[in-house]
Design a binder for this molecule. Structure first.
Ligand SMILES: [Zn+2]
Length: 95
C-alpha cells in the first residue's frame, strides 16, 4: 500500500481512538470497553455510507463537542437500533 495513504489511515485510527476516549471510553448502557460504536442521539445531517472513514471522524469530533453522540458497544447498539434499549434513559440529555 502507498506509504502516504497508510500513514493517513493510521492517523484516522488515532483520531477515532482519541474521540472514543473523550467520550468516556465505554458503552453508556453496559460499560463494555470493546467493539465500541459512536451512536448519534439526534438527527444526523449526513449519511455515514456516503463518507470515507476519516470524513466521518471529523463529523463525530464536532458532534462530540456538541454532546450529540455517545458510545455504545455493538450488541447495545443493535438493541438501541431495534428499539429494545433506550439511550435517553441512561444519559443526561442536554437540551
Ligand atoms: Zn453495551
Amino acid at each position: 500500500m502507498d506509504e502516504i495513504f497508510r500513514r493517513f489511515i493510521e492517523k484516522t485510527k488515532v483520531r477515532r481512538a482519541a474521540l472514543v476516549a473523550s467520550l468516556g471510553g465505554q458503552c453508556v448502557m453496559c460499560g463494555a470497553v470493546e467493539k465500541l460504536d459512536i451512536h448519534h442521539l439526534g438527527v444526523r445531517l449526513w449519511k455515514a455510507a456516503e463518507l470515507a472513514r476519516w470524513q466521518r471522524v471529523r463529523w463525530y469530533e464536532q458532534e462530540a463537542r456538541d454532546g450529540e453522540v455517545v458510545l455504545l458497544c455493538r450488541p447495545c447498539h443493535i438493541d438501541v437500533g431495534r428499539g429494545v434499549l433506550r439511550v435517553e434513559e441512561r444519559i443526561e440529555v442536554r437540551v
